[in-house]
Design a protein around this ligand. Structure first.
Ligand SMILES: Nc1ncnc2c1ncn2[C@@H]1O[C@H](COP(=O)(O)OP(=O)(O)OP(=O)(O)O)[C@@H](O)[C@H]1O
Length: 268
């Protein structure tokens, strides 16, 4: 497992920090919090909880797509000098590709919108497509892609901005299991090579344990953090890990921590 980057003082640098963060929507729905949370630079964290507990809300707050009602939220400033880029990338549950244009144009969209010169866009898009294994489909249209390939294109569109923090909102939930396993493995390889911080929202205990260094379990609405389980297993995370007693044990611990969040939820 990759270790977290250290500052000159030897302390682990924090990428994302929430202090007493709450979110109350205009409708009066108390969606979140208060939540206190620190995510280290380079960490892979999953947010796990029942439907409606505020997982997407938490991601949207971190992304700056919505603002908290109270509390403080910081995403560490200054991208690394060796890999300048955006602080935040976001992958949604739906691939949300523009159907009328090519994979290449879809992936390049964030750069085009940011007025990055065209001569720079092409190599960056090519690199992002190579990272997700879609080089041969640059000129294809979204309708020509399978569900897994559409999600790869969506991931490439986030990676093209070279984010330091990648936020993923149930990205693989709609995919069949084999495709999901493949994308899990590819995501882990990208996380290791690109040294990003990843915050991954999922409903799946199994997926959260397979991917993460730390699983954060949330309560039903209003979402609060109720448990934190460290998955203290390094690489390789592969088929052997999936069938190991250690994996089964972590899945049991996470399920046990999650169970109280479902008490009463199905009775509503
Ligand atoms: N824009 C909004 N306006 C009003 N209420 C909202 C809004 N977005 C979310 N909510 C409500 O806030 C609560 C938390 O929603 P959120 O989507 O964050 O949960 P979630 O855990 O991601 O759910 P799921 O797992 O089903 O995607 C829900 O009750 C939802 O109906």
């Amino acid at each position: 497992m990759s270790s977290s980057p250290l500052s000159e003082s030897g302390a682990v640098r924090t990428a994302v920090r929430l202090r007493g963060v709450t979110k109350v929507y205009d409708t009066g729905v108390v969606a979140l919090g208060p939540i206190d949370l620190a995510i280290a630079e380079g960490e892979f964290v999953s947010l796990l909880g029942p439907s409606g507990c505020g997982k997407s809300t938490a991601l949207r707050l971190i992304a700056g797509l919505a603002s908290q009602s109270s509390g403080a939220l910081e995403v560490a400033a200054a991208a690394s000098e060796t890999r300048p880029g955006h602080r935040i990338g976001f992958v949604f549950q739906e691939p949300t590709l523009m159907p009328w244009t090519s994979v290449r144009d879809n992936v390049g969209l964030p750069l085009t919108l940011a007025h990055v010169p065209a001569a720079e866009v092409r190599p960056r898009v090519d690199a992002a497509l190579a990272q997700v294994g879609l080089s041969d489909f640059a000129d294809a249209f979204p309708r020509e892609l399978s569900g897994g390939m559409k999600m790869r294109a969506s991931l490439a569109r986030a990676l093209v901005t070279r984010p330091d923090v990648l936020l993923m909102d149930e990205p693989f939930a709609a995919l069949d299991e084999i495709t999901r396993f493949r994308l899990n493995n590819d995501l882990l390889a990208l996380w290791r090579s690109l040294k990003m911080t990843v915050v991954f929202v999922t409903h799946s205990v199994f997926e959260s344990v397979y991917l993460s260094q730390r699983v954060l379990v949330m309560t039903a609405r209003p979402g609060r953090l109720s448990a934190e389980i460290k998955i203290d297993i390094g690489a390789p995370r592969d088929d052997a890990f999936r069938s190991s007693p250690a994996y089964a044990g972590y899945c049991r611990s996470v399920s046990d921590a999650l169970a109280p969040a479902y008490t009463g939820v199905h009775a509503l």
